[in-house]
Design a protein around this ligand. Structure first.
Ligand code: ADP
Length: 276
């Protein structure tokens, strides 16, 4: 496995404490007479302020790894720490926000009421809830849509609402499971720009699942290339593209070189492609 030097913004360089550490993390799903090794001996250390993408074909364990970090499932073996705590404690302390593949918004609640929901459940006062929701909706560029309902918004705007909601408790860590997978290419590229801006403004640590090589290269400071059967970490690739990143980044020679590196790493782990 090749671990290269990391590309970091100055803000990130100041904060290099590991936020997530896994040691020989393994997840085996057992059914009636079946066993799937979804993740095998994953060793990973993610530092504060990094933007990490998990990339690989379906079934290589990306979602499993994200769910283990979020304590939505328990590992079969190995260790994991999140913000220096057990994943369970980190979940209880609301150390992370989670953005799902589909926005999962409540259609009968307005945009602002959707963002306020987690704060409402935790008993925050109305003024505190409103103050926070207004700030977050501004951050995701939806300051003029408070009173709309989710069904009145485009897919990209709905996903912005779910990002704002995931940031309700101002967690240092944002876990995102293919949040832009269902969007068209043009919307996806503009969401990528938005997310990069939010990441740079807030200094959050982001772990982002994707199938898309250009998306991973554009967004990440480091890419975790995963391969299936069994699911494992094949390679870590540092992305040394400078900031701020924009349209010209996607057209640079270095962008294509990095995309090729990722593609080749994916191919290396895809031994079943050559099986007959
Ligand atoms: P990815 O997110 O990369 O598509 P997943 O983490 O969803 O991969 O799945 C990894 C492997 O584990 C796949 O083979 C999948 O079928 C299997 N798997 C995932 N969740 C379960 C489950 N709850 N029960 C049984 N097998 C599962």
């Amino acid at each position: 496995m090749t671990v290269q030097a990391q590309a970091q913004t100055p803000k990130q360089a100041a904060a290099t404490k590991p936020v997530i550490e896994t040691k020989d993390l393994t997840m085996i799903y057992r059914g009636r007479g079946t066993e799937t090794i979804a993740l095998q001996n994953a060793n990973l250390s993610i530092r504060a302020g990094e933007f990490i993408s998990l990339i690989g074909p379906s079934g290589c364990g990306k979602t499993t790894l994200l769910r283990l970090i979020a304590n939505l499932i328990e590992p079969s073996s190995g260790e994991i720490s999140v913000a220096g705590k057990t994943p369970q404690q980190a979940r209880l302390d609301r150390e992370y926000g989670y953005v799902f593949q589909s926005p999962v918004l409540y259609d009968w609640r307005s945009v602002v009421a959707n963002v306020m929901l987690p704060l409402e459940i935790m008993g925050y006062s109305k003024s505190k809830r409103q103050e926070r929701a207004v700030k977050l909706l501004k951050m995701v560029g939806l300051e003029h849509f408070h009173k709309q309902f989710p069904y009145q918004l485009s897919g990209g705007m709905q996903q912005r609402v779910s990002i704002a909601r995931a940031l309700a408790f101002d967690p240092k860590l944002l876990l995102m499971d293919e949040p832009f997978g269902a969007l068209d290419e043009i919307t996806r590229e503009s969401m990528n720009l938005e997310l990069l801006r939010i990441w740079q403004e807030t200094g959050k640590t982001i772990v982002f699942v994707t199938h898309s090589i250009p998306e991973a290269v554009f967004l990440s400071s480091r890419i975790v290339v995963m391969t299936p059967r069994p699911g494992k970490i094949e390679r870590l690739i540092a992305v040394d593209l400078s900031y701020p990143r924009g349209t010209e980044t996607r057209e640079s020679a270095r962008f294509f070189e990095l995309a090729t590196q990722v593609r080749e790493a994916l191919r290396q782990g895809h031994s079943y492609d050559t099986e007959t």
